[in-house]
Design a protein around this ligand. Structure first.
Ligand SMILES: N[C@@H](CCC(=O)N[C@@H](CS)C(=O)NCC(=O)O)C(=O)O
Length: 214
């Protein structure tokens, strides 16, 4: 497990949040990092020192030496390029780079707001809303994961961590169908060693802050 207290790379993390995506990515990259884990109930993410790392006051945030990066898509692009030897990012002149970037930005720009449409029962206005509609998103994602095993075909990339993580939440919250291409894709992603390691850390941290009654 590459968690280390002396690492230069720090992940600001809170249990049961989107910060899991960054944790999973770090485990896939296999680089040493320090896990700075706190309960959102502590309000630490609204303190000035934290706001200096992420002005939105949200988790995750990653600090690499003196460089702070926030927003899951930016964190994924940054870390996968920074630790390029892990092979999780097609480089700029590879033809797959375009699809890779597209899926990472699709997560924040289309999948996330489409979930909000569904959760909040907003009326779909596909021509006006930047994300199209939930149904349009679902059709594109279902098609994107169908051939597989990964979004770019044979190659697993940081885009699979970002999109796979959001799809996993969609399945857990019951807005996506477990039976079908998305369920199968998430099943493949969550069978990976990197995911299993990250999930064990996530469970440990969740238990630390809110232990289950015994
Ligand atoms: N757009 C952000 C979303 C992160 C986010 O929504 N984090 C939530 C937890 S899932 C958060 O920190 N909420 C606490 C708050 O806003 O007070 C990203 O991509 O990193």
């Amino acid at each position: 497990m590459p968690e280390r207290t002396d690492a230069d790379l720090t992940l600001y993390y809170a249990p049961r949040t989107r910060a899991f995506t960054a944790l999973w990515l770090l485990e896939e990259l296999g680089v040493p990092y320090r896990l700075e884990s706190f309960d959102l109930a502590s309000g630490r993410h609204k303190h000035p020192e934290y706001l200096a790392q992420n002005a939105m006051g949200k988790v995750p945030a990653v600090v690499d030496g003196h460089i702070a990066v926030s927003e899951i898509g930016a964190i994924a692009i940054y870390l996968a390029d920074r630790f390029g030897d892990a092979g999780l990012a097609p480089v700029i002149h590879e033809p797959d780079r375009a699809a890779y970037l597209r899926w990472i930005l699709f997560n924040a720009g289309v999948i996330e707001p489409a979930y909000a449409e569904r959760f909040n029962k907003w009326e779909p206005r596909p021509a006006n809303h930047a994300w199209g509609s939930f149904d349009q998103m679902l059709a594109v994602v279902s098609d994107g994961v169908k051939i597989g095993p990964w979004l770019l075909g044979a190659r697993f990339t940081a885009a699979d961590v970002v999109v796979g993580s959001t799809l996993r939440f969609g399945l857990a919250f019951g807005i996506l169908d477990k039976h079908g291409p998305i369920g199968e894709y998430v099943g493949r992603a969550t069978a990976r060693d990197g995911f299993i390691r990250a999930n064990a850390i996530a469970e440990r941290e969740a238990e630390r802050f809110s232990p289950r009654p015994r």
